[in-house]
Design a binder for this molecule. Structure first.
Ligand SMILES: *Cc1c(COP(=O)(O)O)cnc(C)c1O
Length: 304
């Protein structure tokens, strides 16, 4: 990853809502940090790739669903930084590959499909050696550098701790959409005393991600001073579900500000931020920075 230029634009968003409620809203466009390895996934991969290189691994193996941004990003990063990549994909192979998997394959990723039941066991120690593939394939799997689904490990968190380094202005609140909470955990680690973080859970479930984040923080011995919150109100029906309000919001936002949002993550976060501004959740004069985590490649899959 050395030599990768990280020049991430921070864009102010001004409209009648931010003006009327007297808040300053910015978006950190990490979606622009690489045309293919977009958003937070690059930060999550950074130290994983570094470790894989140190261990002289030739290939990287990871896991994901058929529309996974992490699969797309790992395939592109492997291609760019000289690793073979192997994707263990949840579910059946479809006759025509969807845009995400097609892209991954074009980047050189070898795709292997496992049933949903079997995929559910992927974090158990002998999962790879018990897969129904040839011995040489199994050997290739087990010799690879293994990154968990979503890039969710401590090295992923370490990379995400660097996201806020790219916010070159003083700010009060940083907002981030959350799937596993890995990115958000990294962001929390980077906060200064008077700053806070607000996560937007994109899937249903009471206290689900809050618990995940708490256990990450505990695991890395971070003394949590409670300057973060996990909002659970804007999942819009659940993971990868979309409501008419969300679709309308995203299309209005794109028209007005010329910034694309995805339906799974950043769209829900921005929808939530605007609703909270209107509900006076943020104090007057506060500077809010929303992290655009990318995910635009997934829109093609949605329309597929
Ligand atoms: C993967 C992803 C997330 C979620 O990140 P977590 O670390 O799993 O919480 C957020 N936004 C986008 C665009 C993603 O692709």
């Amino acid at each position: 990853m050395q030599g990768h230029s990280f020049d991430i634009p921070l864009v102010q968003i001004k409209d009648e809502i931010t003006e009327n409620h007297e808040v300053k809203l910015y978006i950190l466009r990490t979606d622009l940090n690489d045309p293919f390895i977009s958003g937070n996934k690059l930060f999550k991969l950074k130290y994983n790739l570094e470790k894989a290189a140190k261990e002289n691994k030739e290939s990287i193996l990871t896991f994901g669903g058929a529309f996974s941004n992490h699969i797309a990003a790992t395939a592109a990063a492997g291609n760019k930084y000289g690793f073979k990549t192997i994707g263990i994909i949840r579910g059946e192979k479809t006759e025509e590959l969807n845009p995400t998997l097609k892209f991954a394959q074009e980047q050189g990723m070898e795709l292997y499909y496992v049933s949903r039941e079997s995929y559910g066991l992927k974090d158990s120690p002998d999962f790879l050696s018990n897969l129904q593939f040839s011995n040489s394939q199994i050997l290739q799997f087990t010799n690879s550098f293994i990154i968990p689904e979503g890039g969710s490990n401590e090295l992923g968190i370490k990379g995400c701790k660097e996201i806020t380094d790219h916010i070159k202005i003083p700010f009060d609140v940083v907002c981030c959409p959350c799937g596993t909470g890995t990115t958000f955990s990294g962001i929390i680690l980077s906060l200064k005393k008077d700053q806070s973080a607000l996560g937007f859970q994109v899937l249903k479930g009471k206290n689900y991600l809050k618990g995940e984040v708490e256990s990450w923080l505990k695991k890395i011995d971070y003394s949590d001073n409670g300057n973060w919150e996990m909002n659970e109100d804007y999942h819009c029906g659940g993971y990868a579900k979309r409501s008419p309000e969300l679709i309308g919001f995203i299309s209005d936002f794109e028209k007005k500000h010329n910034i694309p949002l995805d339906f799974i993550y950043t769209g829900k976060m921005m929808y939530g931020i605007y609703d909270l501004i209107k509900k006076k959740y943020f104090k007057k004069g506060q500077t809010i920075v929303a992290i655009h985590t990318g995910g635009i490649q997934g829109n093609a899959g949605f329309n597929h």
